[in-house]
Every structure is written in C-alpha cells, then in structure tokens.
Design a protein around this ligand. Sequence first.
Ligand SMILES: [Ca+2]
Length: 224
Amino acid sequence: MKKIAVLILAFSCCLCQVQCNENHDKVCQCSGSTSCCDISLTSVSQTLGAVGEKVANMAEKIALLEAKLQDTGKEVLELRSLTGGRPQVAFSAALLASGSGDTGPFTSATPLKYKRVFSNIGSSYNPSTGIFTAIVKGTYFFRFSMFNNLNPTPSSVVSLMKNGVRLTSVWDTAGSDANDMGSNAVVIHLEEGDNAYVELAANRMVYDDSMNYNTFSGFLLFTM
Ligand SMILES: [Ca+2]
C-alpha cells in the first residue's frame, strides 16, 4: 500500500512537471520548481485521505450488512419450521411453574402468565407475558380453564381476550361450595400480529398447585 502511494505521488509530480512544460506560457512558474510538486503532493494527500474515509465508511456499511445477514439467517431458520408452507402453531401451558397458591387479586385486569409450558411449537406463546401472538393470518382455536379453591372473596373471573377485547369468560363465586372450576373456548380469526391471552379480572383471583387446573392452550386450525 505504501509503495502504491509513493508511486502515485511520484507519478503525480511528474505529471505536474509535464503539464508545466506543456503549458509553458501559463503555468510555467511551477515548472521544475518544488512548489508545484508540493501543491500536487498536498492534493494527492487530500485525495488519499478522502479515499481512506470512504473505505472506512464502506467497512462500516459492510459490518451492518453482515449483521442484517445474520438476522435474515435466523428468520430463514424460523421459516423452516413451517412445513411445506403450512405453518405449525400449537401451544399449551399451565399457570404455575411450581408450588401452589393464589394468583391475584390485582387492582386492575391483568393477563395471566402461564409459566409451565407443555408445548410451544412455533414459539407464538410468550410465557413471560402470557400473550399469544399470531405469526400468520388464519383461524385459531383457544381454550382456557380456571379454578377457584374454596377461597373467601374475591371470586374468580377470567376472560379470553383478543387484542384487548373480551371474547369468552369463566366466572365463579366463592362460597360454601368447594373446588369449583370451569373452562371456555373460542374459534377465531387472527390477522398476523393479532394477540390472544387470558385476563384475570380486577380484584379477582384464581388458585393452582401441582395439579395444574388453570391452563391456556391454542393452535392454528388453518391459514387463510
Ligand atoms: Ca363457587
């Protein structure tokens, strides 16, 4: 690289002298003088500096492209989870990862986070939020169950929500009757990016233990 730079400088200087000779009348002042070459050297140096800067910018862009390429590779791997263009989406989870006890009450309606994941093909269900997000447009089936374990008030009220809109619910009043539970289900259309989750109503609660009474499950019936 240094050799090339020296050659360019020398060539540039020669050009300067030749140009001075060929334009004797106009620019002869610099012919054979060191000032002419000094000016050219400065010009070449500036050019090299600009080229170096462009190379640095290109290197930065290449690094960004490499990062994007890696992301694209990951997306390709995700798409390979689709069989013959038919996405595979199915999940099932229970409320507690371990232990037993009440969930709630909370002062506002709260998505239930079903932590014990039995299956999550397609990774559309997020156990850290309790929210299922559709990766493809289609018709989906969802089912959820709820358990109230002879607790005093508050009662248990949970609802299946689509994009924050209530679809179906299960409701139980705490009382002398023990170990009540119920379930509900829907078949709904989801656009890509739509979400579904089970919401615990404000000031209500549910109970669960290793029996896993409270579950949330769903799967893609077919794409549209
Ligand atoms: Ca009851």
